[in-house]
Design a protein around this ligand. Structure first.
Ligand SMILES: [Zn+2]
Length: 260
């Protein structure tokens, strides 16, 4: 058993001389157990510092890479914000959540690299107070994003209105639990009007969809493929929900397919 207490590493960037103080986490210990070292990155601007260290806290290597080329398996930080970037969910709707309370930047639903994150954080440091409560846009890598600031969350997104994002904020205000399911919810609300967003039936469907991936995991194990199919149907063709249910309840089909 390890008797190590919290271990703090201090490392100076060879490029910009910034000093990073880093406390070894449980995730690092897990990685060290698996591959012998832990790898952690720090966004500094156009460049990032990556360090490799072992169980004793000895730094085996420290090197600098362009911020757009940080390997996806390196746990990366911007100041004291932890960046969550994997698994990457590809979608036409992008959403980045910056959680100031819990010090997390979640980019799993966005096609954005380290330099894009730097751009957002610099923008928020300069204009942070000014954008509160006002619709703003920010350009990152040639694309335009909307900004919504709500309580301690900064949400950067495409293809959706602020109302649409606000309508599902409860699903990520305490962190995105499941990015796949959230992406399905975002697709579902993309064409919803402000009135439709308040509609009870819309809310009910959103609540089914936010749990879609739980069903998907079960479906992979072969026990609940129908529920996953149902969640997918509601996401893509909500008007077919009752038709789907009618087919599944058809005793002939159930027996033949072995669903019930
Ligand atoms: Zn540096």
């Amino acid at each position: 058993m390890s008797t190590l207490g919290p271990k703090i590493l201090t490392v100076k960037c060879p490029k910009c001389s910034r000093v990073e103080k880093y406390t070894i986490t449980d995730d690092d210990l897990k990685e060290i157990k698996q591959i012998g070292i832990a790898r952690v990155g720090f966004l500094h601007g156009d460049h990032s510092l990556i360090i490799n260290f072992d169980l004793t806290g000895f730094i085996r290597g420290a090197y600098v890479v362009p911020s757009d080329e940080i390997p996806s398996d390196v746990r990366t930080y911007y100041r004291d914000f932890k960046i969550i970037s994997v698994p990457k969910i590809k979608s036409e709707i992008e959403l980045i959540v910056i959680d100031e309370k819990n010090r997390i930047i979640d980019t799993r639903l966005a096609d954005i690299t380290g330099s894009g994150i730097i751009k957002i954080m610099n923008y928020m440091e300069t204009y942070g107070d000014a954008v509160k409560g006002i619709a703003r846009r920010i350009g990152i890598s040639g694309r335009s994003y909307n900004i919504l600031v709500k309580n301690s969350l900064i949400i950067i997104f495409t293809k959706l209105s602020s109302r649409q994002v606000e309508s599902c904020i409860e699903y990520f205000s305490e962190g995105i639990k499941d990015p796949y399911s959230l992406q399905i919810v975002l697709q579902y609300i993309m064409d919803k009007t402000p009135d439709a967003l308040k509609n009870e039936e819309t809310r009910r469907r959103m609540n089914i969809l936010i749990n879609a991936n739980k069903v998907k995991i079960k479906a992979k194990k072969g026990t609940n493929a129908i529920r996953f199919a149902r969640a997918s149907i509601i996401a893509l063709w909500p008007e077919l929900e009752s038709v789907f249910d009618a087919i599944i309840r058809d005793p002939q089909k159930c027996l033949k397919q072995g669903y019930c």
